[in-house]
Design a binder for this molecule. Structure first.
Ligand code: GDP
Ligand code: MG
Length: 449
């Protein structure tokens, strides 16, 4: 109840405050994605053999997914409960053509993906209002090429839909988390970490001893801080499956509650839907922010240059206003009487102002023309040669955000003309910042309270 009320409130605020800014910058605002109208989704990703399918079977309580040491399963499998009147298995070709399902967007990846996509309809009340997606693990770069579709991109698309992403790694491959994270980073907002992604180090029973485990944990943390640019490490679930654990190595006290908590978290995924909506807004508004930020800096530089050119021009114009006629008088004896001499008491008339005024206006006009045709154009050219210097890129998130938005920003720059330096980008920037720090934060807080 509270959630749907909050959802309406957010939608209204967005329509009033943020949507107009998106259109000002010619950017699409998808609002609440259509895929969010389907059931809440949990996506399980990670390296192959990290125990994804084993975990899913454990959650469901039956062996729905095949498991094994080698990369046994190279498909994306959507597991949910659709009712006993529906077929037990639906192939990808049907899924991508069903407008009631959120998989239509996978059509563009072609037959290779479609044949590696399916839905399994299980008989479980727990899964009537949610779906869990099992994914193939990432392989090495050369084997990836044989897949026939862009795995990273597809993973990103699934991540976009998911309300909870479970990132699983086993101790042997803790170092590969970087690649997998790169695939989903695009879909996450700036401050994400705790809410939508769950980090799992699995199969910990296979560590020979605690120091072996700590080493794997350390590798994972190091890689995580590298990619998130954060100093704090989110909770990493340290788990193993007691069903298949190597009982000779597994110590009895290897934090069994971690597995229970992880499974509880996965079951609670439907409550994360609103959080997902907020994160989606967060991500898109941050994209808008960096565009606006770059344009603000560009106009600031434009105005600074204009100020510099203006100062010189005005100085020169005043000088020529006062002494320009003295110069022409000495060169071509015109005018007969200069402004200064007329003011000295030789009889001032308005005629004495004509040549000084021509000098004044002429110099100002030349200044403006020079600024428009040379100064501004040079500034634009210099800026376009490396537009990333318009904003501070002090962490991985910002660098990634920049990469994603650079083309849009360059397009805006290319379209701008000298008069655009007076555009009120900075007030838009303030509005966006206020939304991110005020409204959006308030919604996050409300959700967490
Ligand atoms: N010792 C141990 N083996 C596990 C654990 N989880 C999974 N396995 C085994 O690891 C192999 C790969 O598991 P699987 O679930 O297929 O991994 P996936 O490729 O990520 O789906 C299988 O042989 C599982 O039996 C665990 O916690 N401990
Ligand atoms: Mg599997």
């Amino acid at each position: 109840m509270l959630e749907s009320k909050l959802q309406i409130e957010i939608q209204n605020k967005i329509n009033k405050k943020i949507a107009p800014l998106f259109s000002k910058y010619n950017m699409d605002f998808s609002g609440l994605e259509s895929s969010m109208k389907w059931k809440p989704i949990v996506l399980i990703i990670g390296n192959y053999s990290s125990g994804k399918s084993t975990l899913i079977n454990e959650i469901i309580g039956s062996d729905v997914q095949r498991t094994g040491q080698a990369p046994t399963d190279d498909s994306f499998t959507v597991i949910t409960s659709e009712g006993s009147d529906k077929p037990q298995e639906v192939p990808g070709s049907t899924l991508i053509n069903d407008d009631n399902l959120p998989f239509v967007k996978f059509k563009k990846y072609g037959e290779k993906l479609t044949s590696h996509l399916c839905l399994k309809n299980i008989d479980s009340p727990d899964f009537e209002n949610m779906a869990i997606i099992d994914s193939p693990g990432m392989l090495d770069a050369t084997t990836e090429k044989d897949r026939g579709y862009d795995y990273m991109e597809v993973l990103g698309e699934f991540a976009k839909m998911a309300d909870l992403i479970v990132l699983m790694f086993d101790p042997h491959k803790a170092g590969t988390i970087k690649e997998t994270y790169a695939a989903i980073r695009n879909t996450l907002p700036e401050k994400s970490g705790e809410d939508r992604i769950v980090f799992v180090l699995s199969r910990i029973d296979e560590c020979d001893n605690i120091s072996d485990l700590v080493r794997s944990y350390g590798t994972l943390c190091w890689n995580m801080s590298q990619m998130t640019g954060r100093k704090d490490i989110p909770h990493i679930y340290l788990t193993y499956s007691s069903d298949v654990a190597n009982s000779t190595k597994a110590e009895d006290n290897l934090w069994p509650q971690e597995r229970t908590e992880l499974i509880e978290k996965i079951h609670a995924a439907p409550t994360l839907r609103l959080n997902h909506i907020l994160e989606d807004i967060d991500r898109q508004v941050n994209e808008l922010y960096i565009v606006c930020e770059a344009m603000t800096e560009f106009t600031k530089r434009g105005r600074k240059l204009f100020g510099k050119v203006g100062k010189t021009t005005v100085g020169l114009a005043i000088g020529l206003f006062c002494f320009g006629d003295v110069l022409t008088n000495s060169l071509i004896s015109l005018p007969k009487q200069t402004l200064i001499s007329s003011l000295r008491g030789e009889g001032f008339s308005f005629m004495n102002l004509i040549i000084p005024l021509i000098f004044l206006c002429g110099t100002l006009a030349i200044g403006v023309v020079l600024f428009n045709n040379f100064g501004f154009k040079r500034l634009l050219k210099n800026t376009l040669s490396d537009s990333s210097q318009l904003v501070k890129l002090d962490n991985e998130y910002r660098r990634h955000l920049w990469k994603k938005m650079a083309a849009t920003i360059d397009e805006h720059l290319q379209k701008s003309s000298a008069k655009d330096i007076w555009h009120a980008h900075s007030s838009n920037l303030v509005k966006i910042r206020r939304f991110l720090d005020g409204d959006l934060k308030k919604y996050y807080d409300k959700l967490r309270s």
